[in-house]
Design a protein around this ligand. Structure first.
Ligand code: Z5A
Length: 206
């Protein structure tokens, strides 16, 4: 049984990651590929509990504790869902993964990319995506899309513009450093164009 493929989707809030994950899974299913869609933080029971904790608006959580909470949720997801699915030959479309921690905690919280990378190496036992699609969007456009939804803003969504600008810059640097794994897609386009660009970016894996 060949190992499945891990496709991760990254980008700022409101970039359209969840929308793309659904569209991509549908397109892969139509091609006869078995695919699961999961999200971070979350995807399995313990990680969903950690998600509720780490996104709760009223909590004061230090930057290091925040990075470790995201890494703990990820460790559980890898052990309980990602490894078994990939070993069983299933593809996984994952809404956020390690690059989110590098960008949000490493750059946004200014903990540094390398320390955050190292706790995540431990959390994931070095699991790396076969392809990562970063949806690029101007922070104000992403914010306006997020705010158009009925949900109240979570703990991180309440941060200022400079926080999100640091994250956008970090994503651009990560993409430049690993062009084979990471492809960027202009997320200011409509959902159909974004899906088309995503399919083009994973064509070599199909
Ligand atoms: N976080 C972190 O700090 N460190 C980590 O390691 C991880 C996460 C894993 C929760 O993540 C928070 O955790 C997040 C980052 C942090 N907080 N912040 N800030 P999340 O992924 O659950 O939250 P999110 O990024 O805020 O998700 P989101 O707002 O749902 O955004 P999205 O998935 O990218 O967008 P969407 O839900 O697909 O679309 C948003 C709206 O735009 C919706 O109305 C769509 O219909 C619309 N949309 C989507 N695509 C388009 C296009 N192409 N054109 C026009 N309109 C569109």
């Amino acid at each position: 049984m060949p190992r499945g493929r891990l496709i991760t989707i990254e980008g700022l809030d409101g970039a359209g990651k969840t929308t793309l994950a659904g569209g991509l899974a549908e397109a892969l299913t139509q091609r006869g590929i078995e695919v699961s869609v999961l999200r971070e933080p979350g995807g399995v029971h313990v990680a969903e509990r950690l998600r509720a904790l780490v996104t709760e608006p009223g909590l004061a959580i230090g930057a290091r504790a925040e990075a470790l909470l995201y890494a703990a949720a990820r460790a559980q997801l890898v052990e309980e869902a990602l490894d078994p699915l990939l070993h069983a030959g299933s593809w996984v479309v994952l809404d956020r993964f390690v690059d989110s921690s590098l960008a949000y905690q490493g750059a946004g919280r200014a903990l540094g990319i390398e320390p955050v990378r190292s706790i995540n190496e431990f959390a994931t036992s070095g699991l790396s995506p076969d392809r990562t699609l970063i949806l690029t969007i101007d922070p104000p456009l992403g914010r306006s899309r997020s705010r158009a939804r009925a949900n109240p803003l979570d703990r991180l969504e309440r941060e200022d513009d400079a926080f999100f600008e640091r994250i956008a810059r970090a994503y651009a640097e990560l993409a430049a450093a690993e062009p084979e794994r990471i492809r960027t897609i202009d997320a200011s386009q409509g959902p159909d164009q974004v899906l088309e660009a995503a399919l083009a970016a994973i064509r070599d894996l199909l």
